[in-house]
Design a protein around this ligand. Structure first.
Ligand code: PRP
Length: 208
């Protein structure tokens, strides 16, 4: 049996849809339940649904053999994982946004950046030699500029609706993010056959 950790939220539906197309299906009632661990219809795959940031943790520790998680989360994580596949699902961008498109040149003194992605933000501004104060938040980051907590944010954008409805515009794009399949290093050796079969099933789909 292979255990696959799936990031709850934006990734979950597209990950399950992709796996279903590859022939790995979970009953509809079970998907709609609030159970956090489910078996597929063949009993060969177990899915666990966890917070995105916890997917690398479960996979690195071998509790899950594989995981499906966004590149945004992997860029923040220091977990040692194999990253064999870009699943090309849940495509979004990691951006710098502000109320004023010229904010980068207008802010006096140290720029305050609110974000869930402190590593990405630090690396981005650090590489450009711009000193910033990182304000770590857990969500609803788009509120921070309007309330005076920060000058800018670094966050994910998919449709752009959240930015628009909170009066923010994109100042810079940092990176693109898509769903990735990650694999535990030991599972890749010890369950080589099962893991290869899973990778093949997904790769075949991508060629269709
Ligand atoms: C993400 C992101 C934005 C929103 C962007 O939040 O942080 O808030 O989605 O999507 P949009 O461009 O389609 O509007 P998420 O839903 O992951 O939840 P969170 O705010 O709790 O992190």
């Amino acid at each position: 049996m292979i255990t696959i950790a799936i990031a709850k939220g934006r990734m979950q539906d597209s990950a399950l849809a992709l796996l279903a197309r590859a022939g790995i299906r979970v009953g509809e009632d079970e998907v709609n339940s609030r159970r956090l661990a489910l078996m597929d219809e063949t009993g060969q795959y177990r899915f666990i649904f966890v917070k995105p940031a916890d997917v690398p943790v479960y996979v690195e520790h071998g509790i899950a053999d594989c995981g499906v998680v966004g590149r945004d989360v992997l860029l923040e994580s220091e977990a040692d994982l194999l990253l064999p596949l870009d699943l090309q699902i849940a495509r979004c961008r990691i951006v710098v946004a502000a109320a004023d498109p010229e904010a980068m040149t207008k802010v006096q003194g140290m720029i305050r950046v609110a974000t869930k992605y402190s590593q990405i933000a630090r690396a981005h501004f650090g590489a450009r030699g711009i000193p910033v104060e990182i304000i770590q938040l857990s969500g609803s980051v788009e509120l921070a500029p309007a309330l005076g907590l920060a000058d800018m944010i670094v966050d994910l954008v998919e449709t752009g609706q959240t930015l628009r409805e909170n009066g923010l515009t994109i100042v810079e794009e940092i990176a693109e993010s898509t769903g990735r399949l990650v694999v535990n290093r030991a599972s890749y050796q010890l369950k080589a056959e099962e893991v290869s079969r899973l990778l093949d099933m997904i790769c075949r789909l991508k060629q269709d």
